[in-house]
Design a protein around this ligand. Structure first.
Ligand SMILES: Cc1ncc(COP(=O)(O)O)c(C=O)c1O
Length: 396
């Protein structure tokens, strides 16, 4: 029998994250710092609105673009946070998470063979989404020595006549880097000079620590060439509600909406109701969670540094990205052996792109007590694998 699977799908690499969760699922007493989602439940007042939506029989589709109340709330949030104006009627689309929005954005712009510069390390779906859309992902590495900032020179060196867009995600998963105003200006300059679109996944926009997140579209000349993606999953602890959104000039949004209509119809109705509540009344909850993440961030970064695994200071999202090269192990060996020997789940940096090799991603979406226990185990592990350590100072 012939293979029915398309070449496009055959060529996709399976996510490098899954394997570690599969191993962890067969074990007991595992402390997981592997998962990229909040450990908080959705705040009660938000969840209640979603539940009421279902219980009062509001269970039909919404408008394809999303409930107009939600599109207005998203538009108002963009105005409040960044002074950006997006028309709720024609420039906002509610999607099934940023995951869907990412695919729609790429599918809407890629002709077969079009190249998209993918700034790495990044969310595991980014390069795959470009391929699924028929485009060619062109990795643009970032390095710890430059604070994982993308530079204009690195972008420019990879531009060809087929380059159509730059895909970035800051605050970054997995590094925690937030793009500085200088690097943002360089990126905008390259985009304008080479007439490129920017797709900017800003899903961690509300989770920053001591720095300001600047929306790419707010730079001069950028609104008309930017698709902004964001959503409820991370900042509002709403991963399971599956609500994301995209903002773009109307002609681009028309193309994305066309795809969304055929593919999805509309995002979950109860999730949309909850999202309105979150955007209109969720500010205190976001701030409380952000402060909690900030405490854990300091604990984990300090812990890795004390162990002797130098850790870049993350300024956003909820990930630490320490350098494990002092152990002499590869990041994959480190993660698999750590899991088997010490029952701590973390993710190899190379799962997020080649420039992540030699690092691991540890999510600090765990309690301080669990972070301390995990650090103790990692410290013990690192010493056993050849690292001369200051580990006796642990727990921190
Ligand atoms: C950078 C980034 N974008 C998008 C997503 C997916 O988000 P959503 O739940 O909105 O589909 C994730 C999830 O880990 C992420 O880290």
């Amino acid at each position: 029998m012939r293979t029915f699977i398309s070449k496009n799908v055959q060529q996709l690499r399976p996510s490098g994250i899954r394997r570690y969760f599969d191993i962890a699922a067969t074990m007991t007493d595992v402390i997981t710092l592997g998962i990229g989602e909040p450990d908080f439940a959705t705040p009660q007042h938000i969840a209640r609105v979603g539940a009421d939506c279902v219980l009062t029989g509001q269970t039909a589709y919404t408008s394809n673009s999303g409930a107009i109340e939600l599109r207005r709330a998203i538009s108002a949030q963009m105005r409040r946070l960044y002074g950006l104006e997006y028309g709720a009627a024609d420039e906002v689309l509610v999607t099934v998470g940023v995951s869907e929005a990412l695919y729609l954005a790429l599918k809407a712009i890629c002709d077969p063979g079009d190249e998209v510069l993918v700034v790495e390390p990044c969310f595991v779906a980014n390069a795959a989404a470009v391929e699924m859309a028929g485009g060619v992902p062109v990795p643009v590495p970032t390095f710890v020595e430059h604070g994982f900032q993308v530079t204009g020179a690195e972008l420019e060196a990879r531009i060809t006549p087929r380059t159509k867009a730059i895909l970035i995600s800051y605050p970054n998963n997995p590094t925690g880097a937030v793009l500085t105003p200088e690097h943002l200006a360089e990126l905008a300059d390259v985009a304008v000079r080479h007439d490129l679109l920017v797709i900017s996944d800003e899903i961690y926009e509300r989770l920053v620590y001591g720095v300001e997140h600047i929306n790419v579209a707010s730079l001069p000349g950028m609104r008309e060439r930017t698709i902004v993606l964001s959503g409820m999953s991370k900042s509002y602890a709403m991963t399971g509600w599956r609500i994301g959104y995209a903002l773009a000039p109307a002609p681009i949004m028309d193309a994305m909406r066309k795809l969304h209509q055929y593919l999805i119809m509309s995002a979950p109705t109860m999730g949309q109701a909850a999202a309105v509540e979150a955007l209109e009344h969720g500010e205190d909850a976001v701030e409380a969670m952000r402060c909690d993440y900030d405490r854990r961030r300091r604990l984990i970064v300090d812990g890795f540094n004390r162990i002797g695994l130098p850790c870049f200071e993350p300024r956003g999202a909820f990930y630490a990205f320490p350098d494990i090269r002092p152990t002499g192990l590869t990041d994959e060996e480190f993660c698999e052996t750590l899991l088997r020997e010490e029952r701590v789940a973390v993710v190899p940096g190379s799962a997020f792109g080649a420039s992540g090799a030699g690092f691991i991603r540890a999510s600090y979406t765990a309690s301080c007590a669990n972070i301390e226990r995990a650090l103790e185990r990692i410290g013990r592990f690192a010493v056993r694998h050849g690292l001369a350590a200051q580990v006796d100072t642990l727990p921190v």
